[in-house]
Design a protein around this ligand. Structure first.
Ligand SMILES: [Fe+2]
Length: 127
């Protein structure tokens, strides 16, 4: 059974998919059930992984970590998402990019949450 906005990863090819419609089905890749990415809640590592949301009117910036996260070939932030009321904004990053995403949202939106996916340390929500 899948739930809205869950992320699943293939254990073989590292393909990642996001659920946009809930179902009682099972996601499969390379003939295996895909792994649900659970949000990390460990205190260690948070300083480099927990997204920080800054807002200036309709401009929202999501920065990854109080200490900037590395963006190396084998270890980088691959995805930053902003959840704004019922909308989802997303930025896909590559090694060498800055681990920051800026989105324009409607002024009336008040409920903001973010999450990021690190290729080594997994999924981290904003606090
Ligand atoms: Fe990391």
């Amino acid at each position: 059974m899948t739930k809205l906005n869950e992320l699943y990863r293939c254990r073989v090819c590292k393909n990642i998919v996001e659920v946009v419609m809930e179902s009682d089905g099972i996601l499969v890749c390379h003939d295996q059930p895909m792994e649900l990415l659970e949000a990390r809640q460990l205190p260690e590592g948070g300083v480099k992984h927990i997204p920080i949301i800054e807002r200036d009117g309709n401009k929202v910036t999501v920065k990854i970590g109080e200490v900037t996260h590395p963006m190396e070939e084998e270890h980088y932030i691959e995805l930053i998402e902003l959840f704004a009321d019922n909308k989802v904004y997303k930025k896909i990053l590559k090694p060498g990019d800055e681990p920051v995403a800026t989105f324009e949202i409607e002024e009336s939106i008040t409920d903001l949450k973010a999450r990021e996916y690190c290729t080594v340390h997994g999924l981290w929500p904003s606090s």
